[in-house]
Design a protein around this ligand. Structure first.
Ligand code: NAD
Length: 339
């Protein structure tokens, strides 16, 4: 009988609590960095996206020689008005040798964790080491995960934040404090950008917007641009991209979905794996502007799902269910209907 591990969001939350949040996040950042280093050994493809009037649906497969993962995920900016998350996801991990699924898991929490971990890896290689002020514009569902992960790799003393929704700001302040982060509300996105050594943009704006303008950034700032992740949906003033050292996850996907869709491939310095592997230098001066133009790639979910599966198996988390048929004879599948 080939049991499949079923992990709900509550199972994952419980597992994180058991492991301890700092250890869980540090371990994931480490796994993410190692995965980017192994980039050339992995099967890497851009995701398949369908667009609707309400948002996007995406299927994201990635694999090494042993484990295959696929995530389905959405991006529906109007969902919070219906009391639903903007981003919800489901992940499947399978054994590449037999093709049999090993785990079916909520990947909503995991998406937030893995995006934070990817930003942390980029920040580690691109931000100034003495970055003290973290700024975030857009304090929705992803925000605490992003800030916490980044705070694990640079010595953040203060988080300055802004959202057009006062409720989202209040919620962020409370959660950030519970994470031990000193949070200070700003009156505008501009104020955040002007103060930040490391800036995160995580709004769910629709259309091509300038949530951040070039003139607002400090010399030597690093930007993790997270919210611009679909065709026609961007957050940065294109001038920032023309002047900064821009790093993407996967060029082919970034050119369609990322900030760089507005400026083209000439503005892209490197893919993140090239920096992590030491093929190209990350930051080389205190004053250069750097941007991680993140859209989210399947390899990051592969890293997160394999990490989760390892921890869940070790600690007996989740429910092992007989999800798939196991007929007495593999050619007699029909026998299941005759029982
Ligand atoms: P969310 O809807 O929960 O939060 C978005 C927040 O942005 C809301 O609180 C909203 O009020 C705020 N906002 C909108 N316009 C703003 C503006 N001009 N200035 C300040 N705040 C503004 O969404 P979420 O789940 O937190 O996701 C945030 C964004 O990140 C989405 O666009 C999502 O598609 C994207 N995302 C990217 C990745 C990635 O890997 N790059 C992963 C997950 C989510």
């Amino acid at each position: 009988m080939a049991a499949v591990k079923l992990l709900t969001a509550s199972d994952i939350a419980r597992l994180v609590k058991e492991v301890g949040l700092p250890r869980f996040v540090d371990g994931l950042i480490e796994r993410m960095e190692e995965t980017f280093r192994r980039w050339k050994e992995l099967k890497v493809v851009p995701r398949v996206s369908f667009s609707y009037p309400w948002g996007m649906m995406e299927a994201m497969p990635a694999s090494d020689s042993k484990l295959y993962a696929v995530k389905i995920v959405n991006g529906h900016p109007g969902n919070p008005a219906r009391n639903l998350l903007t981003v919800a996801a489901l992940g499947i991990l399978a054994d590449a040798e037999t093709g049999y699924p090993l785990m079916v898991a909520d990947a909503t929490l995991l998406t937030a964790f893995r995006t934070g971990a990817a930003c942390a890896v980029a920040t580690k290689h691109l931000a100034r080491r003495d970055s003290r002020v973290l700024g975030i514009i857009g304090t929705g569902a992803q925000s605490e995960f992003l800030c916490y992960a980044v705070s694990r790799v640079v010595p953040i003393e203060e988080v300055v934040f802004y959202d057009i929704d006062p409720l989202a700001m209040r919620k962020f302040e409370e959660n950030a404090r519970s994470l031990g982060l000193r949070a200070r509300a700003a009156g505008s996105g501009r104020e955040v950008a002007e103060r930040a050594d490391v800036l995160i943009t995580a709004t769910a704006v629709k259309g091509k917007r300038k949530v951040v303008e070039r003139g607002w950034l400090k010399p030597g700032a690093h930007v993790n641009a997270v919210g611009g992740d679909a065709p026609g949906k961007t957050e940065l003033d294109p001038q920032i991209l023309l002047e900064a050292k821009v790093v993407v996850e996967l060029l082919e996907q970034a050119l369609v979905e990322g900030e760089v869709q507005n400026v083209g491939r000439g503005a892209v310095y490197a893919e993140l794996w090239e920096i992590v592997s030491g093929l190209k230098p990350g930051r080389v001066s205190e004053s250069e502007l750097t941007v991680f133009d993140s859209v989210g790639v399947a390899v990051e979910d592969w890293a997160a799902l394999t990490y989760l599966y390892g921890l869940a198996s070790e600690r007996g988390a989740g429910l092992d269910v007989d999800l798939l048929p196991s007929p007495l004879h593999p050619k007699n599948l029909f026998a299941l209907l005759r029982r």
